[in-house]
Design a protein around this ligand. Structure first.
Ligand SMILES: [Zn+2]
Length: 297
């Protein structure tokens, strides 16, 4: 699969050391698990000591990676929901980023990505050694479906112009999403996109430009249970017609002083998810408080 960072080398090395064939070797991650680590907005700069908003983002990501690693045997995988890079998706930013997430790869955890407005698609593919010319479900976009026992994840690409806040999906990607959702009605569908939906017309729209069109796809398809997004660097849970709207916090830094940074532990059942914030500041009121979201029927 060209879309994800999978632990091929570690897998190969372990399999060879064990003297087993690849087919006989056991996967190193919990493939049947229903627990996921959700990270967003890591904003890694060109150097590990790069600062922004008085924050060392590499330190924040390193801490979150260590916390995720502590759960590695129970995790199915890790999502990083866009804005991996600090500002403009530079190759140096991705070099720093991939070094910081390498412990997850070495631990055998699959990593899945979406792209944000501070990413650069071509540089991202280059950094992850993905062929830019590879056949894709939507040409020129980084989208995918990640299947798992209790839910299917649909990862979208809302990157429009690098380093400009607004994002959009556009018609081809929305058509692909509608078709893919219809082809996967057997399980709950969870959709992930970097940009937050633009729900308040009174606010300036630096969010997802085609929010209305996306909701027209998601809301009537009752097997779609939740939309996960970042971009606003905010930990927030809302609902629209029973569809959960999960705003993931940034790993890097908040825009508002009262917002936490960190990552979210996501445990799925057949009828719900339980989300738990792992904030960098353990004193934050939302830290370590599990919230159960029941699926709409
Ligand atoms: Zn961001």
């Amino acid at each position: 699969m060209p879309l994800h960072l999978l632990p091929r080398r570690a897998f190969l090395r372990r399999a060879l050391l064990a003297g087993t064939s690849l087919l006989a070797a056991r996967p190193l991650f919990a493939a049947e698990s229903s627990r996921w680590a959700l990270l967003s907005d890591t904003h890694i700069g060109p150097k590990p000591d790069t600062l922004a908003r008085e924050t060392n983002m590499a330190d924040h990501l390193r801490t979150s990676v260590q916390e995720v690693l502590a759960l590695k045997s129970s995790l199915a995988g890790v999502f990083v929901n866009g804005d991996c890079a600090l500002k403009a998706g530079l190759l140096e930013e991705y070099a720093t980023f991939t070094a910081l997430v390498q412990p997850l790869v070495a631990a055998g955890l699959p990593l899945h990505f979406t792209l944000g407005n501070h990413d650069d698609r071509a540089h991202f593919w280059q950094a992850l050694q993905v062929a830019a010319e590879a056949a894709r479900p939507v040409p020129g976009k980084h989208v995918s479906v990640v299947k798992s026992p209790l839910a299917n994840w649909f990862l979208l690409d809302s990157l429009d112009v690098v380093d400009k806040a607004p994002g959009k999906l556009e018609a081809a990607q929305r058509d692909w999403l509608a078709k893919s959702l219809d082809e996967h009605k057997d399980k709950p569908a969870l959709v992930m996109v970097h940009h937050n939906p633009h729900l308040d017309p009174a606010k300036p729209n630096g969010a997802l430009q085609d929010t209305a069109e996306l909701l027209e796809i998601l809301l009537p398809r009752k097997h779609v249970k939740a939309l996960f997004f970042g971009h606003s660097h905010k930990w927030d849970l809302k609902e629209r017609d029973g569809l959960h709207l999960v705003n993931l916090p940034a790993v890097a830094y908040p825009f508002a002083k009262d917002q936490p940074t960190g990552w979210v532990d996501c445990r799925l059942t057949a009828s719900s998810t339980t989300l738990e914030l792992h904030a960098h500041n353990a004193q934050h009121p939302a830290h370590g408080k599990p919230v159960e979201l029941k699926w709409r029927s």
